[in-house]
Ligand binder design. Structure first.
Ligand SMILES: [Zn+2]
Ligand SMILES: [Zn+2]
Length: 303
C-alpha cells in the first residue's frame, strides 16, 4: 500500500469514527469553498434580510427541503426558510439550529448529486419515513412508494450512449459488478434498442428537465426504477480514481447506480449514497448501502 492509499484508509477510518470532529477542524483551516454562497451569509437567521439568501432558498427547493410552490425570490429569511434549513441540518446530522452556520453552508457548497434528498409524494409522506430507525441514521428510498425493478428485470441490460468517454466505460462496469455482488442484480451489455440502463455524459440542458448548469452544478443524476437514465455532468473534471481537483467516475457511478436500483440518499457519511462527493476521494459500497438494497429487494430490514 503506498503512502497516499494509506492516508486515505486512515482518513476513512477516522472520518467514520468522528465525522464532526473532521468537519469542525476542516472549517477552521479553510474558508467556504463555494462561489454559490457568499461568506457574509454565515450566521444569518430568521428575520434577517440579506443579499444572496434567495440562492439558499433555491438550493433547498431543488433538493426537496422546500415546496416547489414557495417563491424563491427575495432576500427575507422567513419561517419557511428556517424550517427548510432545520430539515437540511437534521438530514445531515448537523446542529439543528435553523441558522445558516459555517458548517451548514460548507456542506451546501460541496459538489453533490443532483437527485433531491427528500421527495414529497402523493401520500403526503416523504422517502425519509424509512429512516425512523432506532439508531437514527441510514439509507432511504425514493419515496414511500419505494419504486423498484420487477423480478423479471433482475438481469439489467446497459448501454453507453453518445460520446461516453471510452476510458471510463470499464470503471462504470466495475461499479455494476460491485452492485451485482451485493444485490439480486446482474448486468449485461445491451443494444440501443434493447436496454434498461442508459448511461451518458451530458452538458447543459439535455432534455430531461434537470439541466447541468455549469461546473458548479450537480456532478451527476439518475432516475428511479424503472427509468434507467444515468447522466454524468461532462463539465466537471473526472478521473479514474482519487486525484486532486477531480471526481472519481467509479464512486459517482456506484452512487448513481444506487439510484437506478431504487435507493435514495443516505445520511451516513461514508455510505456511497451520501449525497455529497468531494474531489480526490474513492468510495466503495458500505454496509449501509448493502443494507438498503437488501431491504428493498430481499425485504431484509436491519435490527
Ligand atoms: Zn444521489
Ligand atoms: Zn439528466
Amino acid at each position: 500500500m503506498d503512502l497516499r492509499s494509506c492516508l486515505q484508509v486512515m482518513f476513512i477510518l477516522v472520518a467514520a469514527i468522528a465525522p464532526h470532529a473532521i468537519m469542525a477542524r476542516h472549517l477552521h483551516i479553510h474558508k467556504l469553498s463555494s462561489s454559490i454562497f457568499p461568506q457574509h451569509l454565515v450566521g444569518s437567521g430568521k428575520g434577517h434580510n440579506i443579499e444572496g439568501i434567495h440562492n439558499v432558498r433555491a438550493f433547498l427547493q431543488r433538493y426537496g427541503y422546500l415546496s416547489t410552490n414557495v417563491e424563491t425570490k427575495g432576500n427575507v429569511f422567513d419561517d419557511n426558510l428556517e424550517f427548510a434549513i432545520k430539515s437540511y441540518q437534521k438530514f445531515f446530522n448537523l446542529n439543528v439550529s435553523g441558522i445558516l452556520d459555517a458548517e451548514t453552508l460548507e456542506l451546501m457548497s460541496q459538489p453533490r448529486c443532483g437527485v433531491p434528498d427528500v421527495f414529497i409524494n402523493e401520500t403526503g409522506g416523504d422517502g425519509n419515513g424509512d429512516r425512523d430507525h432506532p439508531i437514527g441514521l441510514h439509507y432511504s428510498f425514493f419515496n414511500d412508494l419505494k419504486p423498484k425493478w420487477s423480478a423479471s428485470k433482475y438481469n439489467l441490460k446497459y448501454t453507453f450512449l453518445g460520446s461516453f468517454p471510452e476510458q471510463y466505460k470499464n470503471t462504470v462496469i466495475q461499479a455494476m459488478i460491485s452492485w451485482s455482488f451485493n444485490s439480486v442484480f446482474a448486468f449485461s451489455e445491451g443494444s440501443t434498442d434493447n436496454t434498461d440502463v442508459r448511461i451518458s455524459f451530458e452538458v447543459g440542458d439535455h432534455g430531461d428537465g434537470s439541466p447541468f448548469k455549469d461546473k458548479n452544478g450537480a456532478l451527476a443524476h439518475a432516475f428511479a426504477p424503472e427509468d434507467g437514465r444515468l447522466h454524468f455532468n461532462a463539465q466537471h473534471a473526472w478521473a479514474d480514481g482519487a486525484y486532486p481537483d477531480k471526481f472519481d467516475v467509479g464512486s459517482v457511478a456506484l452512487h448513481e447506480l444506487g439510484h437506478i436500483l431504487g435507493l435514495g440518499h443516505s445520511d451516513i457519511r461514508d455510505a456511497v449514497m451520501w449525497p455529497s462527493m468531494p474531489p480526490n476521494l474513492k468510495k466503495e459500497l458500505s454496509s449501509d448501502d448493502v443494507s438498503g438494497i437488501s431491504a428493498l429487494y430481499d425485504g431484509v430490514e436491519e435490527d
